[in-house]
Design a protein around this ligand. Structure first.
Ligand code: RIB
Ligand code: CA
Length: 302
């Protein structure tokens, strides 16, 4: 089967880590050209270090680039160490990293996209700062990108970090606005999907972990703290990748992407159904069935 050329931009982050593990388990699908770090769940130095760790352990040889350390315009105080832990990977501690990385993710991304014979796909599961800067700096890149698969925003203008805004959208609303207006088709994994498919944390703790990777998954999840209900965990980002690996588990709804940028509800997002739109939002056909498959996949990883 022909591999999908892809760049991953992420802010690991526990659910980013799970998304990377699903990519690792399905390497036959992805031609992963580059992993770039965005700031978000934790500061850029931590997300970059976590990406170095995953690159060395699971994607050895892939290019790594450090992204922009703060939002394009307005810096909000919120990062998400309270949810993901200070190191960004829950209770899992990684050693100092030496895996090579390049400093300027925008230029590395642009060169990677220009050097590709095929149009590039972007999997973007953190704030969209790097992508927006890429579009601003190199507008010609829009015609070289096939599709953006993003975890961001919500269908009905709801949020987690604010009542009206999901974290990735709120962290850099100007970036999300730029990307949503760029004309690059997006497949959006909205906040509602992760919230409506939360899993019991205890299921991970009681799983029969048979190797280091599965023990790492348990330790990562064990350190995830969701203040709404600490007994449950959302694995938002994983579904962005899983909907590519197992599309049969999802509905794909054509939609327009509307991002609020009014100084009052920056980052608010409405995904309005439009049969003629090139964007989609995804929803799970059967959350319980999907969660069963996800747990089976995570605890069969080797
Ligand atoms: O709101 C959930 C999103 O914010 C996920 O991408 C999570 O990793 C955090 O970045
Ligand atoms: Ca993320």
């Amino acid at each position: 089967m022909k591999k999908m050329p892809v760049i991953l931009d992420c802010d690991p982050g526990i659910d980013d880590a799970l998304a990377m593990l699903i990519m690792y388990q399905n390497k036959e699908i992805f031609d992963l050209k580059l992993i770039s770090a965005s700031a978000g769940n934790t500061p850029i130095d931590i997300t970059t270090k976590n990406i170095q760790f995953f690159a060395e352990k699971f994607f050895n040889g892939v290019k790594v680039a450090k992204g922009i350390g703060k939002p394009l315009k307005v810096v909000h105080p919120e990062t998400a160490e309270d949810v993901h832990g200070v190191g960004g990977l829950g209770n899992y501690q990684i050693p100092e990293q030496n895996y090579p990385y390049e400093e300027d993710s925008v230029e590395v991304m642009y060169k990677t996209i220009c050097d590709s014979k095929e149009k590039m796909n972007l999997i973007v599961i953190g704030p969209q700062t790097n992508i927006a800067k890429l579009i601003q700096t190199h507008p010609d890149v829009v015609s070289k990108i096939e599709r953006i698969y993003a975890m961001i925003g919500s269908i009905n203008g709801i949020g987690n970090v604010r009542p009206y805004a999901e974290f990735n959208a709120f962290f850099d609303p100007d970036a999300f606005k730029i990307v949503s207006m760029s004309g690059i088709p997006m497949t959006i994994n909205p906040m509602e999907l992760g919230h409506n498919s939360r899993l019991k944390k205890s299921i991970f703790a009681s799983a029969n972990a048979k190797n280091d990777i599965q023990i790492m998954i348990q330790s990562i999840i064990d350190g995830l703290y969701e203040w709404r209900d600490p007994s449950l965990v959302s694995i938002f980002d994983l579904h962005t990748v899983y909907s590519i690996v197992k599309p049969e588990l999802y509905d794909f709804v054509p939609c327009d992407v509307n991002v609020t940028l009014d100084g009052k509800k920056d980052g608010e997002c409405f995904l309005k159904e439009n049969p003629d739109a090139k964007n989609y939002y995804i929803s799970l056909k059967n959350p319980a069935e999907a969660n069963g498959e996800i747990l089976e996949d995570l605890f069969s990883m080797e």
